[in-house]
Ligand binder design. Structure first.
Ligand SMILES: [Zn+2]
Length: 157
């Protein structure tokens, strides 16, 4: 029970610490192929539903609309898309991937059905606009995660 937060006490003190928590998870067969393609080929893969033609990136095993199994219908997407929404992160937290303030955007790649969240960089928060074109900038060093795309940057037009 933490009574110190609510009561003024001379005996209370807080010792900040940091716990390391090693963990691993299996990205799944579909997720693994997606990550390996990013890492080894710098290509963004999605899957297309043969029934309704929706393209999902990151890929899914089943179509969200009609539950068709789609995990073998790979398509290669380009590195560019549209920013469909965004937020500016202004709170500090040790687990966050960037120093604040930074932009988290919803990026809809050309040809894809659904946007995904990623970091938008190379532009000041006050200049970001919904609908602007962005492109993937790949990381120099792989982390075997979605952060092999380091961020999305505005496309110079
Ligand atoms: Zn479908």
């Amino acid at each position: 029970m933490n009574t110190c937060r609510n009561e003024i006490s001379k005996d209370c003190f807080v010792v900040p610490g940091k716990m390391a928590l090693p963990n691993q998870y299996f990205a799944g067969r579909v997720g693994s192929k997606f990550i390996i393609s990013l890492r080894d080929s710098r290509k963004i893969l999605g899957v297309r539903c043969p029934k309704c033609k929706s393209v999902y990136v990151p890929p899914l095993e089943y179509c969200e609309k009609d539950m068709t199994k789609i995990d073998e219908n790979w398509v290669e997407l380009g590195n560019e898309g549209v920013l469909t929404n965004y937020t500016v992160v202004n709170y500090r937290d040790a687990h966050l991937p960037r120093k604040v303030p930074y932009i988290l955007g919803m990026v809809l790649l050309d040809g894809a059905e659904t946007p995904f969240v990623h970091i938008v960089s190379g532009i000041e928060p006050e200049n970001v606009e919904i609908g602007m074109r962005v492109k993937a900038v790949f990381a120099d060093k792989t982390t075997n995660t979605i952060l092999d795309i380091d961020h999305f940057a505005p496309v110079e037009e």
